[in-house]
Design a protein around this ligand. Structure first.
Ligand code: C2E
Ligand code: CA
Ligand code: CA
Length: 647
């Protein structure tokens, strides 16, 4: 049905497409990665096969032994079989590479998998002697031999294997790559099927060439994976590639470089030199690690993925990088010194999931870590943080939070109120203290739920009327400043308190002075609004921050809580005493009430009585205790008053 000129046209088109794809690939310089190289090899094979199609189309079956055409068709046919046999195995290898499977295979497994290829390739190569695949009979007619069946079976095997690998990697192949790969599989299958129906069609190579054009435009084109500022792969690419490494149990080492003062240096260098940092860093890193193994996340964090390297060489490289980043960098007229952290960790022993890796990259705790190189045990704190973060989130479902109360007293020893302090009793990690988990909850955005829970609990407790019965003026509830800034903060607080029918003046919110000066206005408005509604406010941990004092005192607060460190410092040195005395005097002049925390001894009480503070809180009276213990405590007249008057 189809004549030679049809096959000729089809083959010419296939050749043209392959050549264009090859040219485009070289112009775009996409030749450095293994899958780039396999891709080029596949295009070359398809080109040779297309040329073979052209030759057989041009000569048809009219060849004579004496003719040059005979030699040409013989050579071309031989080239066709030798190269075409390699096509499907290469395609399989390509899919493995794109989906990071290739290096996972043990060498034995790899050898076994490529056995059918080696055997069939040998058959094709030795065909002039063995005639296992085809022969040319005395009439110069081409005759297929049984060996060809093996070549087809092997091709089918690799095609099916490629598809299986593709299926298991589905999740880690980014959006537009999936349809291109599906399209390729369909085109190859249809092309082969049509050619089986009519061998003169010669459409297989054309279909494959078209399919690989799609691959070139999507899989080989990595624009969506690249961070153009740095020229490295971006965070999305890191997510996919690391996810895929986990999926396929690939072992690798990561070296993470974090430039903690990136923003500062970026600003110092100025707009005209925006590429300075990029130039310095990419120049240095690419001299050690291939560009396509480097990723950049959030501008200041670089991740190098090192496959198939032993721990010593990875550690050595990390040490070298860490040492280099301790030194300044000269760039044009600048000398730039980074504050860096280098971390080395391996997958899957130290880092057990992609999200754990991102947690490590983003961990803000690294900023004030004194070490410049973190490895092995140094990384435990990150794992601990992650475990704590998990405990924080599962705590809500598992009812692991509990509110403890620590009583506060007037200077004359009478009960005054209590501070609500949260505790987390996790099944796995045991008791967790707020000093550890509150900062983590603040960083991960889970603090809102904790603070809402505490307020709810306090409201319920006040709802029983028990605290009021024992003359508790109010219960103090800690607020994170982050929480105050969230939208609908006031509405949420009002909703909880009003739903429980609690008088607002029974609640005293504690806020700390650690807040960026720029947010003072917002904070001040929120406090004013809540105070107008009847709530009370205390300034917590006074003396620990570096805030602008006049701004602190411009906030309309009822009580200032002096931090325990200021009290304890007064015992240790004369200077400490001067600080305590002057702090108290200054707050008194501002006409604010003073509460001192951390009261542990009779001497503390004597001192504070002399200095005429208003309220006391500390282990001398009671540690934070459960609600039940607290009820016992306040209802026991012996415990309630400490007769400070007699001290
Ligand atoms: P804070 O608000 O300064 O709470 C006082 C801390 O000092 C409590 O530690 C308390 O147990 C401790 N303390 C009180 N008196 C003494 C004493 O005489 N000696 C000693 N050594 N310690 C004393 P805790 O309960 O571990 O809380 C630590 C911090 O966690 C709190 O500091 C507060 O900033 C935060 N926190 C606790 N509960 C909450 C909460 O519900 N929400 C928020 N946002 N933060 C909370
Ligand atoms: Ca507090
Ligand atoms: Ca405090």
């Amino acid at each position: 049905m189809f004549d030679n000129s049809f096959a000729l046209g089809v083959s010419c088109s296939a050749l043209l497409i392959c050549i264009v794809n090859l040219i485009y690939t070289f112009i775009q310089k996409r030749t450095d990665k293994t899958h780039n190289k396999i891709f080029v090899a596949i295009l070359c094979i398809l080109s040779i096969n297309a040329i073979n199609g052209i030759i057989s189309g041009a000569y048809g079956d009219d060849v004579t032994r004496s003719d040059i055409s005979f030699t040409i068709t013989q050579v071309s046919r031989y080239a066709y079989f030798v190269t075409h046999t390699a096509l499907c195995p290469l395609f399989f290898y390509y899919v493995c590479n794109v989906s990071f499977v290739s290096n996972r295979m043990s060498s034995l497994k790899a050898k076994l998998i490529f056995m059918p290829f080696i055997l069939t390739e040998l058959m094709a190569l030795t065909n002039p002697l063995t005639h296992l695949v085809y022969k040319v009979d005395s009439d110069l007619k081409f005759q297929r031999q049984w060996g060809e069946i093996f070549i087809y079976l092997a091709a089918l095997l690799y095609f099916v294997l490629a598809f299986a690998v593709f299926r298991t990697s589905w999740k880690f192949i980014s959006g537009k790559r999936k349809p291109a790969m599906v399209f390729l599989f369909i085109l190859v299958a249809v092309g082969v099927f049509m050619q089986l129906l009519d061998k003169n069609l010669k459409v297989e190579v054309l279909f494959e060439a078209v399919g690989f054009t799609g691959v070139m435009l999507s899989v080989e084109n990595e624009d969506d994976r690249i961070d153009f500022g740095m020229g490295f792969y971006n965070r999305a690419a890191l997510n996919l590639d690391i996810g895929s490494s986990f999926r396929h149990n690939r072992k690798l080492n990561l070296i993470i470089l974090k430039l903690n003062n990136y923003d500062l240096i970026d600003r110092l260098i100025g707009n005209g030199e925006t590429n300075t940092i990029a130039d310095i860093i990419s120049g240095y890193l690419t001299s050690h690690v291939k560009r396509y193994h480097i990723y950049v996340s959030e501008k200041n964090t670089f991740v190098m993925t090192l496959y198939d390297k032993d721990k010593e060489s990875v550690d050595k490289l990390a040490e070298e990088i860490a040492a280099r980043f301790e030194e300044p960098w000269d760039y044009k007229d600048f000398s730039v010194l980074f504050n860096s952290t280098v971390m080395v960790a391996d997958i899957p022993n130290q880092i057990k999931s992609a999200s754990e890796m991102f947690y490590m990259l983003d961990s803000p705790a690294l900023d004030d870590n004194e070490k410049n190189l973190l490895k092995d045990e140094d990384l435990n704190f990150i794992m601990r943080r992650r475990a704590v973060e998990d405990a924080i989130s599962r705590g809500f479902a598992e009812n692991s939070y509990e509110v403890y109360y620590q009583p506060t007293f007037r200077i004359d020893g009478e009960l005054h109120g209590a501070e609500a302090l949260v505790r987390l009793f996790d099944k796995k990690l045991g008791s967790l203290y707020p000093d550890e988990f509150i900062p983590i909850a603040e960083q991960s955005g889970l603090i809102d739920d904790i603070d809402d829970f505490v307020l709810e609990e306090v409201c319920r407790f006040l709802g029983t009327g028990i605290p009021q019965k024992y003359n508790i003026d109010h219960i103090n509830v800690n607020l994170s400043v982050i929480q105050c800034m969230r939208p609908r903060f006031v509405e949420t607080i009002d909703e909880i308190v009003e739903r429980n029918g609690i008088d607002k003046k029974l609640i005293n919110f504690e806020i700390t002075e650690t807040i960026a000066a720029s947010d003072y206005e917002t904070l001040s408005k929120i406090i004013e609004r809540l105070k107008d509604e009847g709530f009370m406010f205390s300034m917590d941990d006074y003396g620990t921050g570096y805030s602008n004092m006049s701004a602190v005192f411009s906030l309309d607060l009822d009580v200032v809580k002096i931090d325990k460190s200021i009290l304890w410092g007064a015992e240790k040195s004369e200077l400490g005493m001067v600080i305590l005395e002057n702090t108290i005097r200054m707050i008194q002049q501002m006409k604010k009430k003073i509460l001192v925390e951390g009261v542990e001894t009779v001497d503390h009480i004597k001192l504070l009585k002399k200095l005429q503070v208003d309220y006391l809180q500390g282990f001398y009276f009671s540690k934070p205790i459960t609600k039940e213990e607290f009820i016992d405590f306040i209802s026991d007249p012996l415990k309630k008053e400490f007769h400070i008057g007699s001290i």
